[in-house]
Design a protein around this ligand. Sequence first.
Ligand SMILES: Nc1nc2c(c(=O)[nH]1)N[C@H]1C(S)=C(S)[C@@H](COP(=O)(O)O)O[C@H]1N2
Ligand SMILES: [Mo]
Length: 210
Amino acid sequence: MAVGGSLLRIAADDLSKLARAEKRPDGRPRLPPGQRTLEYLRPMGGDEGDGDARNFKLKVYGSVKTPFELDYAALLKLPQVQKQADVHCVTGWSMLGGLWKGVQISMLAEKAGIKDDVKHVILEAAHGFTANIPLKEATADNALITYRLNGKPFALQHGAPVRGLIPDLYFWKSSKWITGVRFVKKDDPGYWETRGYHNHADPWKEERYA
Ligand SMILES: Nc1nc2c(c(=O)[nH]1)N[C@H]1C(S)=C(S)[C@@H](COP(=O)(O)O)O[C@H]1N2
Ligand SMILES: [Mo]
């Protein structure tokens, strides 16, 4: 397997090189600085939720006119999108080209009727994990509440049944086992943001640590 192993490594290096040369529609390189490509999501741990779609509940609330709660069936009844998106882990790996299916956070914002003073979105997860995201970035086209990657449900370790996805910020902002979307006027740094990681987390600016 030594030969196969080194061939795979060469392929991965070439892929990283290509992705560094490629430009995104926004003009930035496809692969942010200091990142290498991986073929699959590496399981990065975390305090797992229950994983069962039958028990899924998503609270959409905060500074909104109409807070609401969705179960899994209700989530699937909202307008669905599929977005191709790359994700970038602060530990240095990126997974390119995943096809993610779900509901846009902008759709939830619209449905809840967010108030004019909302500036940030908090993605809440099982056991108190949270991640804070500026409203503009949380309501980007590719910012989702997602339950499928490349046509498949998430394994428990990747956030089953439903996780957040904020692909243009470091992957720690993409809360697994999501339980709530809270719209707030005052920023509220989350789990990693209060443990030495950067409050904003732009991979192209290498906003890794505070
Ligand atoms: N609920 C929850 N979500 C989380 C985390 C966590 O610890 N708990 N870790 C984050 C981090 S640091 C990363 S890099 C990604 C990893 O996702 P993955 O395990 O599917 O690769 O999930 C993010 N979402
Ligand atoms: Mo991470």
